[in-house]
Design a protein around this ligand. Structure first.
Ligand SMILES: [Cu+2]
Length: 458
């Protein structure tokens, strides 16, 4: 059987770049092969385990963390738009947990928020998550319990939902970004330090992509490649650039936009960005994905006998309801710095104020901020009254980012919007998914210490 270039490249992507050898290239790190995409069946089923895991993040050391299916680069869960996805989740941790499917518009019972959408999954218990994703794109999954620790120690993974019709990229690379808060012996440092929690969040200093330091990936000369960037970090906003070739932004948080040239982008915690790249026809060239001056990953251009692709595939829109801006009700939310402590002396540095609630609250006891009428349109004005950026995430819905008082915005759909310091942003959406949905900052310490609430759709 003669392999087309696309099937060949997919084979390469699954087999791993280490299987290739071109004498004039540096040896590629075989462990840094592309994240393999599992095959699809009409009902896509996965078994997902959360358990303690050991891995090497710093050379010559062992980190005792938490992993999905024993892997430091969690498995890519892959489903298809409009097809049921069933994940049998097994808690092998020594504490309760849940799994949240970040960005997916799904029924409340599948949203993975403890004591709000489901009972916490106890150690040794299993829970079946089953939903049919209405939207295609790049998503991710993580617990919503003891999040500073559970996400910080490794429980973050990519979720890829394929378009109903294959848009036709030659290669699809998942790049999950996370920093690790490690001591020099490889063990974790303190994941939440008060003086940072009260500011931008406690930063990890060890950068990784798919659990690797500066991994290298093979891309083929002339190929049309999609890069799926996921910020799965607890804290860092990544200031991303790609050096060596022009790229286009294809989608934000799984929602296609009219493609625009990628000139650099700040990806806050929880956010995703899909880039499209026509690989230069120059084997041996190295493209670098960077955060500021730090190289995160390299793309190594491999030779190809196929004719170069001339245009990037276009992505179809997701079926998001268009909010009626003329009829929409306007609600105001403010994100405040509000250092107090509760009766037990626990710090509450932050406060999310909404129409129904003004008092600070913990993530585990979130306030109901607003009640929305089902299928009605709303405009939320989000005011950041602090000097730190906050990536604000709404569960169960996709909203349209309308405008900012600090920068021009071409309206786009998203599930997480980055509020820069003292910035005010308006978002709009149709409240079409009934239930109590979390609304919070995705800097995990900010969420844990007050920037959290719930929006009810009744
Ligand atoms: Cu925040």
């Amino acid at each position: 059987m003669k392999l087309s270039r696309r099937s060949l490249l997919r084979t390469v992507a699954i087999g791993g770049v280490g299987a290739l050898s071109f004498p004039f290239f540096r040896t590629l790190n075989s462990a840094a092969a592309s994240m393999p995409l599992p095959a699809l069946s009409p009902i896509t089923e996965f078994d997902l385990f959360a358990a303690p895991a050991s891995f090497q993040l710093l050379p010559g050391t062992t980190t005792h963390g938490l992993g999905f299916n024993g892997q430091i680069a969690a498995p890519v869960i892959r489903g298809k738009q409009g097809q049921p996805l069933r994940i049998r989740f097994h808690n092998r941790l020594d504490e309760p947990t849940t799994i949240h499917w970040h960005g997916v518009r799904l029924p409340l019972a599948m949203d993975g928020v403890p004591d709000v959408t489901q009972a916490p999954i106890l150690p040794g218990e299993s829970f079946i998550y089953e939903f049919t994703p209405p939207d295609a794109g790049t998503f991710w999954y993580h617990p919503h319990v003891n999040s500073i620790e559970q996400l910080g120690r490794g429980l973050v993974g990519p979720l890829v939902i394929d378009e109903a019709e294959d848009p036709g990229f030659d290669q699809d690379l998942v790049l999950l970004l996370k920093n690790w808060n490690l001591q020099s012996n490889g063990e974790f440092g303190e994941l939440s330090v008060k003086r940072y929690a009260a500011r931008q969040g406690t930063p990890g200093q060890t950068f990784s992509v798919n659990g690797q330091s500066e991994p290298e990936y093979a891309v083929h000369a002339g190929a049309a490649v999609r890069l799926r960037l996921i910020n799965a970090d607890n804290t860092w906003p990544y200031e991303l650039t790609l050096q060596g070739a022009p790229a286009q932004i294809l989608s934000k948080d799984a929602n296609p936009i009219v493609p625009e040239r990628f000139e650099g982008y700040t990806l806050g915690a929880g956010m995703r960005l899909d880039l499209g790249l026509l690989v230069p026809n120059q084997p041996g060239q190295v493209l670098e994905l960077k955060h500021k001056h730090k190289v995160l990953a390299r793309l190594i251009v491999m030779p190809s006998t196929s004719a170069p692709r001339l245009t990037l595939p276009r992505l179809p829109e997701n079926p998001i309801a268009e909010p009626d801006l003329n009829q929409a009700e306007k609600l105001f939310f403010s994100f405040e710095w509000d250092a107090i402590s509760d009766e037990q002396g626990r710090a509450l540095f932050w406060n999310l104020k909404g129409p129904k609630a003004q008092r600070p609250a913990y993530c585990t006891n979130a306030n109901l901020l607003a009640s929305l009428a089902r299928n009605k349109s709303y405009i939320f004005t989000l005011r950041n009254n602090t000097q730190y950026p906050h990536p604000i995430h709404l569960h169960g819905h996709t909203f349209k980012v309308l405008e900012s008082d600090k920068r021009p915005i071409t309206p786009y759909y998203a599930d997480t919007v980055l509020l820069e310091k003292h910035e005010q942003v308006s978002i709009a959406f149709v409240a079409d998914n009934p239930g109590r949905w979390m609304f919070h900052c995705h800097v995990i310490e900010h969420m844990a210490m007050g920037l959290v609430g719930m929006i009810e759709v009744v």
